[in-house]
Each structure stands twice: as structure tokens, then as C-alpha cells.
Design a protein around this ligand. Sequence first.
Ligand SMILES: NC(=O)c1ccc[n+]([C@@H]2O[C@H](COP(=O)([O-])OP(=O)(O)OC[C@H]3O[C@@H](n4cnc5c(N)ncnc54)[C@H](OP(=O)(O)O)[C@@H]3O)[C@@H](O)[C@H]2O)c1
Length: 284
Amino acid sequence: MKRLAILGGNGMLGSDLRIAATASGWTVNIYDLPDFQITSSLQLEKALDSCDCVVNCAAYTAVDKAETEPELCEAVNALAVGELGRIVAAAGKYVIHISTDFVFGDLTDSPQCETDQPNPLNVYGRSKLHGEQLLAASGCRHAVIRGEWTYGLHGNNFISKILTLATERKSLQVISDQTGAPTATADFASAILCFLDSKPEGLYHFAADGFASRYEVAEFIIRRAQLETSVSPCLSNAFPTPAVRPKNSNFDCSKIDQILNFKRPLWQDTLTDFIDTLKLQAKK
Ligand SMILES: NC(=O)c1ccc[n+]([C@@H]2O[C@H](COP(=O)([O-])OP(=O)(O)OC[C@H]3O[C@@H](n4cnc5c(N)ncnc54)[C@H](OP(=O)(O)O)[C@@H]3O)[C@@H](O)[C@H]2O)c1
């Protein structure tokens, strides 16, 4: 029997991973707030006891709030991940840890490779980078998969935010100087399943194929959803946020392509399906 523990399994990515892993024959145990606290060593040990593999989707993800709660963010995204690594190493198990494009900070305009120098621009990004480092230092068998611009049915995200705003307003301004690839958590879950099968180790980047600015993505959404709202581009400084965001979130995914048993879909294709699914749900 294949037993999988998903930490943060009720979050946006964790929920889609639970669905995909169950469909692939894994017996899945979910660990999440409020019953499970990743900062508790005892609870981590208990969670690890019940599984053969673990995927850590648990994270402090409130990027702006993190600027005023750096200790909590560090405890969840870094220190707890180091402790997870220690427990996984002692148990001789395998962990997949999820990280983020926010470890980068515009040192290059090119798509970011796994070997590129991180340069986090905010508290959240620094905590996620520290988590990666502590996990590696633990010596456990692990893979870190960095994702970016994720969206899914089980959480708030850029796509749902644009759809909500576009139904409330006649016009929108959207940032055109941040680029990346909107990536469905359902596709991310499929990628994680490939790792659970072959258990490769190391650092990997995963994103949908292609790149676009947030403005281009917003235009695409509004067109596909057949909304009347007009969209115009603006620069990041038109919407100052407590946490500075990277402008270049483009990933080079050639390393992970060697592991995946599917071709990464174009961001436009998966996003089209996602919007159509939401439209169908709204009609019901
Ligand atoms: N969303 C993105 O655009 C994005 C992009 C790149 C990478 N990522 C990474 O992807 C992973 C999954 O993120 P997501 O988008 O699925 O975020 P999410 O929906 O916020 O999921 C995170 C889950 O972790 C839980 N959690 C928070 N603090 C915890 C704690 N102390 N102990 C146990 N569980 C805790 C959350 O519970 P509550 O909801 O109750 O807080 C939530 O269920 C994270 O590592 C994130 O850094 C996300």
C-alpha cells in the first residue's frame, strides 16, 4: 500500500494533490490547521509515522502580512521545514517540499534556472529560501519543487481576483511589468505524482509553458469569460504593496521536463479550461 501524508493538505495545492494522489491509488492522510501545527515536532513525528512519503504544501502564504509577522512566517516556512527534514532523515523516508518563485529577485531578465542565484525581495521569499536551505542541510532524501503564479478551485488566487473585480467594475488597471506563467494546481499535482513514483532528489522549477505579464493574463481571462470590462496596463508602482514582488517570475523548466511523464501545457490552454469550468459551475 502507498501511504502519503500531505502537510497543508486543505490548501489550494494540497487539495488538488489529495484528489490526484487518491485517484492514482495512494492512501492519503491530510494534516492541516487547526488540528495539525507544522511547528510542533511531536505532531510532525506522528504525521511521518503514518506514511511512506510526505509532501509539504503547508506554508505561511500571506505575502504582505508576512512583512509584519516575520517571526511566524520564518517559524512555519523555514524552521519547521528544517525540523521536518531532520525527522524524515531519521525515519529514512522521502519528502517533497514546495517552494516558490519569490526566492528570486530580478538579478536577471532571463528565465530562472535552478542554479540561478536567489535574491528574495520580501520576508515571505526569504523564509521560503531559508526553508529550502534548512531542508538540504538536514541531509534527508528530498526534492524541492518551486512553483509560481498558481491557481486552482480550492483557494483565492490572481485568476479568481481578476474575475471578481471584472464583474464588479467597468474598467481595471493591471500590472504589466511582472511576468510569469499562470500554473494550475491540478497540473502541479500531476507533476508531484511523477516525483512520488521515481523519487528524484534535488531542486526543480515547475510552471505551465509560456510567459505573460499579469496584464496580458487579465486580458485573456476577461476575453475568455466574455466580460465587458476594459483592461489597461500600469506599472507595479501604481499599486504599492507592503511586500515587494519580483518582476521576473519566468522559470526555465527544462530540468523537470526530464522527470515528468506529460508535456507541460501552455498556460493559455489550462486557463481556458479553468475559466470554462468556473462558468459551468456558475450556471448550476
Ligand atoms: N499560491 C501561489 O501563487 C504559490 C506560488 C508559488 C509557490 N507556492 C507554494 O505552494 C505551496 C502551497 O501553497 P498554496 O497556494 O496551496 O497555499 P495555501 O492555500 O495557503 O495552503 C497552505 C496550507 O498550509 C496551511 N498552514 C499554514 N500555516 C500552517 C501551520 N502553521 N501548520 C500547518 N499548516 C499550516 C494553511 O492553512 P490556513 O489556510 O488555515 O492558513 C493552508 O491549508 C506553498 O509552499 C507556497 O509557498 C504558492
